[in-house]
Design a protein around this ligand. Sequence first.
Ligand code: APR
Length: 182
Amino acid sequence: MEAFAGKTLIKMIMGDITRQETEAIVNAANSGLMGGGGVDGAIHRAGGPQILAECKEIRARQGRLPTGQAVITSGGKLKARYVIHTVGPVWSGGKRNEDELLGNAYRNSLALARERGIRTISFPSISTGIYSFPVDRAARIALGVVKDFVSSRPVFEEVRFVLFSPPVLEEFEAAWEELINK
Ligand code: APR
């Protein structure tokens, strides 16, 4: 599905984020920044050791990455030139500020990309795998934040959501319809 928010193309596709040719891709990392499973594991495997080496430097410099924050490394062997690593919240029932923290992860990733002059970026569905955030709720937050961000700051050519399965893609498409019709 494709739509515009201001001048930014919002694309939702099913696919593997490690294969995207956008200037940056976003990693759903953890605070340790040392890799993991899910999308994090896939990005480090496909991108090679350069990404982990840069993550280690960031760790040494600034310690653990708090939930909702974002940092940037090169893309190693990936087509994408940069990887933005952010940490989504672990779902624990919705009473621990998870919604706001998830919104922050998207917002801070976009802010960092903008600072670096990046104009095309791909996101996975942060927190909805190992961290168990409900997908319908996460999709509404993700798209709401992206729509608000790009509407007030027309710097991105394209923001792409790369979803890993048909049900997740459908949740994102439904969330977008709801958002633009409200
Ligand atoms: N491309 C796109 N999406 C992917 C890919 C991929 N190659 N691999 C997995 N996904 C999807 C999952 O199916 C899920 O919908 O990304 C979404 C996020 O899932 P996770 O990767 O499990 O991320 P998250 O829920 O944020 O958990 C983060 O997992 O791997 C660890 O180090 C990571 O501890 C952190 C935790």
